[in-house]
Each structure stands twice: as structure tokens, then as C-alpha cells.
Write a protein that binds this ligand. Structure first.
Ligand code: ZN
Length: 420
């Protein structure tokens, strides 16, 4: 399970603490600090466990029953929590009233800016996708894409019921993103350099958090997906872009230059037939295993027409093309080799896979076999699992940026002050 990033034991701001709110402060000292920390703890416990009796939260958190009664009452007044219908009690026979996160009131906005389209949606307080909407780019210019994202955000805020219902907005995109500076440093596929994305999408209505889509999805896997019971995990994304999100002992590793998890040029010891990597070599993970790379090889081999999409290659494989299937299996094996290297290096509890790679789950066994062949301890390949985010993974990823900030310290993001 993840830990709060704003624990007061850890008062010094950390560079690698993940996408904290730019206004994030240590909780301070004294009773106020204790109350904020305990509220965050109860909220995270409910997110992790789902609806629970107060006695169960007492057991899970170590807080006293008296504190629990007070905290849950304050959370209910702040629209964070609801009481559910009483259920029959345990051995004393008293009915228990479970409590749950209030999924009806507050929303997180999540927006993902991709190569071909921008996808946005709303999450409820428990991270469920309430609504999702994708807009295909009308034009590839930076201005047009930013305008489109702003329109989508405004539309989502209206759908949520107005700015007072929105706790925060998360915006994720590919390339290298510095969440503390609010800047997309470099996104080669979109041709963006030093774009002040947080500023461009900022409003007076609430905080905006930005990060790379891979790190955002790593957070989502940790809060809501396959890695929710893991302390340390690697999220390996293989799509048009490739990269990893590293959760180390419950914390998202950002890195010195906000570049942790860059894997484009990981050499795999194979040479790709096809277009070399941007760096000029032919044995890089990106050149061997990205969706665009495998599609390019399929086009060059005449397996699909020259303007075909990656989806059409997958369709071709499903309809019995052995050539298409062989290319996709080979790609899965390249990813397996990379996964083996990462498992050896980090020894995480889990390695979670995401991206276009999972459109061909029939090759997961080949992927695990290639990882096992590379690993010092082949059994570690069993820790490779597919994403647990399901439908709406782009919205759950970007929406996890404000969700993470909220569950680290809810009080500053609430419209109704908590406590008193
Ligand atoms: Zn390269």
C-alpha cells in the first residue's frame, strides 16, 4: 500500500515525492496537523478497502474509536463520506453502519493529450470513471491542441455541476514532463518543447496538476489498479511511446531531471528491421517494440497497407494472418527482455504492463518466457501482470494526479473547510 507523501515526519520537500500540489506544505504542527493527517489516513483506508465499518477502520489505522467517530462525522459534513445502511453486527449483535467515500458529490477532472486525440473525463472520489469523452485533434498545432483541451476541461467542469464540485484537474501527456515546474520539457512526437501546460490550462477555480502519462498511469495502478497491494512496482507502458513509472516503497520516483523511467534507448541486443531509432541505433526498446515501430515493420513487409493503423494490424492478426501474429509476438518478446532487465534491476513486487501491447494478450506467455530467459531468477517473470485499470485508463491516469494530491492531504483541496 502507498504512503502519504506529506507525512509531517518528512517535513523537508522532496524532489522525488511525485506530483504533489504546487502549494503542498507539510501538515504543520499541533492538533490541526494531527487532524489533517488522520483525515488523510481514514480517506486512504476507505479508498483502499472500500465501504467499511468504523471498527474495521479503527483496526486498520490504529486510531481510537473516539477519534474515528469524530473524524468520520467531520468527513461526512465535508461531503467526503456517507453512511450506508446498517448491517447485522458481529458477536455482540449490534448493527454496524458501514461508511464509504461519497461518490455522488466531488469530482476529479482528468485530461490526456495524445498524439491523435485528447481524452477527458471525470472521476468520483473513489476513482470510478463517471464520464469520458475523446476529441480527435482538428489540427496538430500546439495552439489548437491547447484550445481543444481547455474547451474539454470547461465542458467537464460543467458536467460535474460547476467548479465547486471539482477538487482538481490532472493533465497528462507523453514525453518528459516536469510536474513541479508545470512544464512539458520535451515531447518529440508532438514537437513540444518547454510548454507551460499547467499555466495554459490553469484557472482560478482549482488546482491543476500535470505529469507524464506513464507516471500518471503508474499512480493510477497504485491507487486503483493492479498494484494496489504492492509497495514497490514498475508500470511498463508500451504504446506509441514507451516508458516506465517507478513506485519505490510507496512513492513515485520522479528523478533528478523529472526523467525517471525513460527507457526509449534501452539496448536489447537485437537489431530491428525498419526505421532506426531517433538516436540512430537500431537496437533500442522504442525502435523495436513501440506500436509505431511494429506497425512500420508490418507496412514494410507488406503485411498491412502503407497507411494502415496499429489497430488494423491487430485485426489482421486476429483474423488469422500468421505474419501479423509473428510480428506482434516478436514485439512481445522484445518487451519481455526489457521487463527481465527491469525486474533484475529493481526487484519490485509487481511489474504491471499497459498500452497497445495489451491489445494482443495472447502473447503474454511469450513475453513472460522472454523475461524468464533474461532474468537471474526466472521465477520473477511470474510477477509480470497486465494493467488493472480496464476501460477509461487514460482518464483514470490523468485523474489520479489530483486524486493523489487529495488523498495525501484532503483539507486544502476541499471547498467546505473540514473540522471545526
Ligand atoms: Zn534510441
Amino acid at each position: 500500500m502507498y504512503s502519504a507523501d506529506t507525512d509531517e515526519q518528512d517535513a523537508a520537500p522532496r524532489r522525488d515525492g511525485g506530483p504533489l500540489p504546487s502549494t503542498a506544505q507539510p501538515h504543520g504542527s499541533g492538533l490541526e496537523s494531527l487532524r489533517r493527517r488522520n483525515t488523510a489516513l481514514v480517506a486512504r483506508t476507505l479508498l483502499h478497502r472500500g465501504p467499511s465499518a468504523r471498527s474495521e477502520i479503527v483496526h486498520a489505522t490504529g486510531l481510537s474509536a473516539t477519534s474515528m467517530t469524530k473524524i468520520t462525522a467531520q468527513m461526512a459534513r465535508a461531503r467526503m463520506l456517507v453512511e450506508l445502511t446498517a448491517v447485522a453486527g458481529g458477536n455482540m449483535g449490534r448493527p454496524r453502519v458501514p461508511v464509504a467515500l461519497d461518490t455522488a458529490y466531488y469530482r476529479f477532472v482528468g485530461i490526456h493529450i495524445g498524439l491523435r486525440r485528447t481524452t477527458g473525463g471525470l472521476l468520483d472520489l473513489a476513482g470510478n470513471v463517471v464520464t469520458e469523452h475523446a476529441v480527435t485533434h482538428r489540427s496538430r498545432t500546439q495552439k489548437a491542441i491547447l484550445n481543444e483541451a481547455r474547451e474539454l476541461r470547461d465542458q467537464l467542469v460543467a458536467t460535474a455541476g460547476g467548479p465547486e464540485r471539482v477538487l482538481g484537474t490532472g493533465v497528462a501527456t507523453g514525453g518528459r514532463v516536469d510536474p513541479h515546474m508545470g512544464v512539458v520539457v520535451d515531447h518529440p512526437l508532438l514537437g513540444w518543447k518547454n510548454v507551460r501546460l499547467a499555466h495554459e490550462l490553469g484557472t482560478d477555480d482549482g488546482p491543476v496538476f500535470i505529469d507524464s502519462s506513464v507516471r500518471a498511469m503508474a499512480l493510477a495502478e497504485t491507487y486503483l489498479g493492479a498494484a494496489r497491494h504492492a509497495d514497490s512496482s514498475i508500470f511498463l507502458f508500451i504504446g506509441n511511446i514507451v516508458g516506465a513509472g517507478l513506485m519505490v516503497d510507496g512513492r513515485l520516483r520522479l528523478g533528478h531531471d523529472a526523467a525517471a523511467g525513460t527507457l526509449d534507448h534501452l539496448p536489447l541486443g537485437h537489431t530491428a528491421q525498419g526505421t532506426p531509432c531517433r538516436c540512430g541505433r537500431t537496437d533500442c526498446l522504442a525502435a523495436l517494440a513501440s506500436d509505431v515501430a511494429v506497425l512500420e515493420r508490418a507496412r514494410q513487409a507488406g503485411v498491412v497497407p502503407s497507411h494502415a493503423s496499429f489497430e488494423s494490424l491487430v485485426t489482421k492478426s486476429r483474423s488469422g494472418s500468421t505474419q501479423a501474429a509473428a510480428l506482434l509476438k516478436e514485439r512481445a518478446e522484445y518487451v519481455g527482455t526489457a521487463a527481465g532487465i527491469l525486474l533484475d534491476l529493481m526487484d519490485p513486487d509487481l511489474l504491471v504492463l499497459g498500452g497497445g501491447l495489451l491489445q494482443t494478450p495472447e502473447h503474454l506467455d511469450a513475453l513472460r518466457a522472454a523475461a524468464a530467459a533474461r532474468l537471474s531468477r526466472p521465477a520473477a517473470a511470474e510477477r509480470i501482470v497486465p494493467t488493472g485499470l480496464g476501460e477509461g485508463s487514460l482518464v483514470r491516469g490523468s485523474g489520479s494526479l489530483p486524486l493523489h494530491a487529495f488523498f495525501s492531504d484532503p483539507a486544502p483541496m476541499l471547498r467546505t473547510p473540514i473540522g471545526g
